[in-house]
Design a binder for this molecule. Sequence first.
Ligand code: CAA
Length: 386
Amino acid sequence: MIEELYTKEQVELRERARELAETAIRPVAAKHDVEQTFPWEVHEAIREAGLSGVWIPKEYGGMGGGVLDLCLVVEEFSRACGAMGVGFAVNALGSFPILLSGTEEQKKRWLPPIASGEKMISFGLSEKDAGSDAASMKTRAVKEGDHYILNGEKKWNTGGAIASYNTIFAVTDPERGARGISGLVVEKGMEGYEVGKHEDKMGIRAIPVVEIHFKDCKVPEENLLGGVENQGFKQAMMTLDRARPGVAAQAVGLAQGALDLAIEYTGKRRQFGQTISSFQGIQWMLAEMGTQIEAARALVHYAARAIDSGHKNITKLSAMCKLMATDTAMRVTTDCVQLFGGYGYCKDYPIEKYMRDAKITQIYEGTNQIQKLVIGRSLLREAANK
Ligand code: CAA
């Protein structure tokens, strides 16, 4: 990253995030990966460093940063551990609907504890049979007096087991498809709210991904996002437009972290009487990876800047940066395992974890096939409007 292209505050923010990643995250990354446990000590360290609410406006207790600031931090955390990168970023995913669509009262109620790190929030859109086709969800919210009664199940809820708040999307008007979905902030401890199955995952093992079950769960009407029904699908899509660069930044961090390790390893590993990095074939691999990472980072930051500038047409760029950065992460981390040879395939070295953590970035917050659909539709719409 060329520092001159960023503000003094952004350079300082990145340095703070990098220092925390090296001192608090990297030393415990392997342990939590093996044990599949949430790193509460890292959560505390992030709180103490004052980084919990990077993307939350100052009036709600945050640092007042934008999506670019969020991406700088997520990249640094993910360079040390992809799971801890997403464990942080998922709070932005869960809180963006409140920031974008919440009433003033809702913002004042839920954002300050998230900004301070006292509470965490997750995002519940997907269901067992409603993944890419998010609008086909079945979870139902029925208004009864001054409450909504929620019934159904959410799947792939990242951070749901440890979050105090969960932004849930549910059907309020079954006749209207995508136009009959509403957003509700459901709070841990509400009657009928239960954390279900914990997934046993290939990667990002330090962050719990769970099912959330609602059995006649009573949610007060004040928790309806923005106080309006049937706006939920748009609220979720607008959220994903702003959150996907965070996944892309996680991918850039994973790729960079893997490349750093590969450069170090190939500079020490000797075969045929010389370090393997002195072979042109290896240098070409390093060169390709370094170039792909810079290109991915540039697109992520370009998309993040477009979002922060208030640009209207961010859907395409957001999907493009997610697609490119996450495909880059998968390619780079796989090639880095290759550079470590047999050692790369074993858990004695940290490199295989990068490859496992990278895979999910091509899947969550919209598979890369869905990103291509979003990009393709945007290109055709732009051409039709010329
Ligand atoms: N911004 C604002 N509005 C949008 C929008 C956007 N980006 N995208 C769509 N909309 C609006 C449309 O304008 C349309 O509105 P009208 O009815 O008023 O015309 C409405 O939403 C429906 O849009 P579509 O007809 O395009 O909807 P669709 O059913 O064809 O689906 C899709 C579109 C892009 C495929 C969408 O379903 C999608 O993004 N799917 C992937 C879902 C996803 O990313 N899930 C990940 C969940 S989070 C996660 O991974 C877990 C985690 O915890 C990390």
